[in-house]
Write a protein that binds this ligand. Structure first.
Ligand SMILES: [Zn+2]
Ligand SMILES: [Zn+2]
Length: 154
């Protein structure tokens, strides 16, 4: 999850909440700390499951809403890819992903040369690009070995 320590990231959360006038509730703190502890790009439901150990009465709606708030505040990243539920991660700096099309595992990929790609000219779409990251799709090693090296069906 990058170089900032858990403590530093929680401080960042406190600052952002204060500057936006958002109360730093137990629920918000718990969601943030839970996502910081994981590097496997969990879904909202996976975060909910883990958080219930600490905050048993938290609702699904609350977790979803808090995650969306954090994404809007730039505190976490939301990853969407076709045919799959949204996933979340604490890393906000640009990086890329290897996505297994079989088990949906997401692996972080750092490669400097992928970070400086010139944006395409999209003026005719009247679209404003703000950033990008690249998904490389394929089959992870675990799924390949389970399949005995054969190509997996879709
Ligand atoms: Zn896999
Ligand atoms: Zn990632």
């Amino acid at each position: 999850m990058g170089s900032a320590s858990l403590e530093e990231r929680v401080k960042e959360l406190e600052q952002v909440c204060r500057s936006r006038g958002l109360p730093l509730t137990i629920q918000r703190r718990a969601v943030f700390e839970t996502i910081l502890e994981r590097d496997d790009h969990p879904s909202a439901d996976q975060i909910l499951e883990q958080i219930k150990e600490r905050v048993p009465d938290i609702s699904r709606t609350t977790v979803y809403r808090i995650l969306d708030t954090f994404v809007q505040l730039g505190l976490i990243t939301k990853i969407c890819h076709p045919r799959s539920v949204a996933r979340f991660e604490p890393r906000i700096q640009q990086h890329h992903h290897l996505i297994c099309m079989h088990c949906e595992q997401i692996i972080d990929l750092e490669e400097d040369r992928l970070n400086g790609i010139a944006y395409p000219d999209v003026r005719r779409h009247d679209f404003q690009i703000t950033d990008y990251h690249i998904h490389f799709r394929g089959i992870c090693s675990g799924c390949r070995s389970r399949a005995g090296g054969a190509e997996l069906p879709d």
